[in-house]
Design a protein around this ligand. Sequence first.
Ligand code: ZN
Length: 136
Amino acid sequence: MAEPRKCDFLVRVRRRGSPVLELAASTPVQARRVVDRLVRRPEITDVCWMAHPALGAPVRLLGRYLADIPGIGDTRRVTHVFLLVPGEAVRAGDAVTARCGEPIRVDQMDIVGPGTGMPCFRCAARVPDAAERGRP
Ligand SMILES: [Zn+2]
C-alpha cells in the first residue's frame, strides 16, 4: 500500500475528433475536480481519472460521505479506506468500494487526509493483501 505522491494521478480526456489527452494531477481531489469540470462540456466524449498506471501497487485513498447526502447520518460518515488500482478508470458517477465493502459514489465522497473524521474500524481491521504491500 502506498500513500499518494506528486503526480500519482492522471486524468484521461477524450474529445471528439482529437487524440486522447492525459493530464497529471498531484492529488485525487485535484483529479476529480478536473473531471467534474470537463464532464459537462459537450465536446468531451469521455473523461476519467485514475491512479497513475505506472504505479506498482494500489494507492490508498481516504474518503467519507459528504455532509449533505440524504439518508446518510453522521454515524455513517466514517472515514473509509479505498485502494485505487493503478490505471483503473474512475468516472464522475462511479462508485468505489472501500476495504470494508461499503460502496460510495465518488461524486458523493469527501476525499480527506489522514486523521480526518472517525475512522471506519472495519476498514482498519482488514489486513492488507500482498498486492497492497508491493510498493515501499
Ligand atoms: Zn470502511
